[in-house]
Design a protein around this ligand. Structure first.
Ligand code: COA
Length: 157
């Protein structure tokens, strides 16, 4: 999908390829203190249930998103955009394309966990129909932070 937003005429959302791994790892390191290793990302990309998208400007990976397809549900594993590219609707473009990809794959609902403190990500998810459905206490091992569980019923969107 090619989209021009905020003067980024060359922003593309694409299915991730193994050649995007280094770029995705840079986004991951740039975005999370407790980030996935390159090996974990590579292994997950090769997992047959995984769906990975990358946001690229020309050939530079500026964001990525991952999900697992489990029967007719998608579990979002991650979404991240390089700090210097945030606030330019790249996260939104990734999530929109992931929702479309899920619908094309006969997925009926999507779910995720998000830190209670991560209001930016919660806002993004709410904007695209995700709803609060519960709390997982002390879900994050680094600081024992609770996770909010969100669901998006794609059949009613
Ligand atoms: C969450 C993240 C992917 C959003 O990507 P982004 O490209 O910066 O977001 P967008 O510009 O597409 O914004 C889309 C929506 O997100 C929300 N949002 C984005 N930035 C925000 C901010 N600074 N404050 C509040 N809400 C914000 C808004 O709802 C926004 O829609 P709006 O502009 O109509 O209000 C990005 O902030 C990021 O990489 N964060 C670090 C990694 C992370 O926390 N991932 C989520 C793990 S669950």
């Amino acid at each position: 999908m090619k989209i021009g937003i905020n003067n980024m005429e060359n922003l593309n959302i694409e299915i991730m390829k193994i050649t995007d791994l280094d770029g995705v790892y840079e986004v991951e390191k740039n975005s999370f203190e407790n980030h996935w290793s390159k090996k974990s990302l590579e292994d997950d990309l090769k997992n047959e249930v995984s769906i990975y998208l990358v946001a690229k400007i020309y050939d530079k990976v500026v964001g990525y998103m991952g999900a697992w397809k489990i029967i007719d549900e998608a579990h979002i594993t991650n979404i991240a955009v390089l700090k210097e590219y945030r606030g330019k609707k790249i996260g939104e473009a990734l999530l929109k394309e992931m929702i479309n990809t899920c619908k094309d794959n006969k997925i009926n609902s999507m779910t995720l966990e998000v830190r209670v403190s991560n209001l930016v990500a919660q806002n993004l998810y709410k904007k695209f129909g995700f709803k609060f459905s519960g709390i997982r206490k002390e879900y994050y091992s680094d600081n024992k932070e609770d996770a909010i569980i969100m669901w998006n019923d794609l059949k009613v969107v």
